[in-house]
Design a protein. Structure first.
Length: 428
């Protein structure tokens, strides 16, 4: 159990750190500055029923674990360059991680390994270290602007070809997302034609030098990509040998009104089943629905004021239906959101998220007085640095567990109940 707990903590810290760095890389510094806090509230009765807590001991264990989860929160903060993440119990930090960036490297610091600094060179992040770099963070991709523009051309052509299939306007009165649309432009195209257009565009993209570069860079970073251009040729050949009547019937149209609202509806019907996808730009906002009968129902609406409402229902297996419903409310001061999760109409819990702009780091992590190790150092399990680092991790994990117990005393009972009793009985 202690090893599992240590792995869970290490995974949470690593993922949060990588996410923070990746987000910072993907956006300008000003826009990535801010903080996000995640927390969860579980329904104890529902969790106990799912876990099969049939006796007093197991019921007590589930109650303690649910209490611990409900006391947890995770906070990530970025100032636009560096980032921190803290795991909290009852609003008190029990474990943390910092990602500090330099021009050609970054440093990972944590109170899980308080006496060490994990240094990661940009070359390693870019995949120069082979497969090991793929496990460090998100892929680092570099494409020439001309290559990107060349890959965009088939997509532009595809959109123009689709628009060329738009028929003459018809007067209608169609309601979607509480909005009345008065003009319909049908898209006169069969499923086979649509698939042929998409596959042709994909083939043109794959033939681009930039695409080859992209795949090569991803493979160099350890990404398990088995895609080949021949796959598209096979799909094109299969499509050519498929009769139109064996494919779903495509019904697509663009709706509009005098208020400049628009709605794009795509329906594919085969037999008695119709799959529907709708996207709309309405009243300065955006909306989408996806309906796959018996499998998935998704509704999302983002208003011009920054509020997002979402409802998703899906069935991962027969007899199980999961519902996720909630909303975000955002403005210049930040955002808050809450999402309720149900299974077969039984409420399992609520995931809450809150964010604020202009993140300020705590400054809890310093580079001074620590031993620096690299990914290469830790690859050699017989080295002195590896042994020292792992010893430090075990000490850091024990410290974190002590902090958890201080802020949630019932954690000691959880550990005791989940530890196998191996005491030998005295011989007679």
């Amino acid at each position: 159990m202690k090893k599992l707990f240590a792995l869970m903590l290490a995974l949470m810290l690593t993922l949060a750190g990588v996410s923070a760095v990746s987000a910072e890389d993907a956006a300008p510094a000003a826009s990535s500055s801010g903080s996000i806090t995640l927390s969860m509230t579980l329904n104890e009765e529902a969790i106990a029923a799912l876990a099969g807590a049939s006796d007093e001991t197991s019921a007590k264990l589930i109650s303690s674990i649910v209490g611990l989860v409900n006391s947890l929160s995770i906070t990530t903060t970025s100032d636009g360059v560096d980032a921190e993440m803290f795991v909290n119990v009852n609003d008190q930090s029990v474990a943390g991680l910092a990602v500090l960036k330099d021009t050609d490297k970054m440093f990972l610091l944590s109170d899980i390994f308080p006496n060490y600094i994990l240094k990661i060179d940009q070359q390693a992040m870019a995949g120069a270290s082979g497969e090991s770099a793929g496990s460090i963070g998100m892929p680092q991709i570099s494409l020439d602007p001309a290559q990107m523009a060349a890959m965009a051309e088939p997509i532009t052509k595809l959109m123009n070809d689709i628009m060329g299939k738009v028929g003459e306007a018809e007067a209608v009165e169609e309601v979607g997302f509480d909005t009345v649309f008065t003009v319909k432009n049908p898209i006169k195209m069969t499923t086979k034609e649509a698939l042929s257009m998409v596959l042709t565009a994909a083939k043109e993209i794959v033939a681009q030098e930039g695409f080859s570069s992209l795949i090569g860079q991803l493979k160099a970073q350890g990404m398990p990509i088995s895609f080949s251009a021949e796959d598209i040729d096979k799909k094109i050949e299969e499509l050519g040998n498929t009769k139109e009547e064996d494919l779903p019937v495509l019904n697509a149209a663009i709706y509009s009104n005098e208020a400049q609202d628009s709605m794009f509806v795509v329906e594919e019907t085969k037999g008695e089943e119709t799959v529907t996808v709708v996207t709309a730009s309405i009243q300065g906002g955006f909306a989408m629905t996806i309906d796959v009968p018996g499998k998935l129902s998704y509704i999302m609406h983002v208003t011009a004021e920054g509020t997002m409402d979402m409802n998703m229902q899906f069935s991962p297996q027969e007899g199980v239906v999961i519902d996720i419903e909630g909303s975000f409310i955002g403005n210049e001061e930040g955002f808050i959101g809450a999402f309720d999760v149900k299974m077969n109409e039984t409420e399992l819990g609520t995931l809450s998220i809150a964010g604020a702009p202009n993140g300020v780091l705590s400054g809890s992590f310093k580079l001074e007085g620590k031993t620096e190790v690299s990914i290469a150092d830790l690859a050699d399990q017989t080295s002195e640095k590896y042994q020292g680092f792992m010893t430090d991790v075990m000490t850091g994990v024990m410290t974190a567990m002590t902090k958890i117990t201080q802020n949630y005393p019932d954690f000691a009972n959880i550990m005791q109940m989940m530890t196998p009793q191996t005491q030998a009985q005295p011989q007679q």
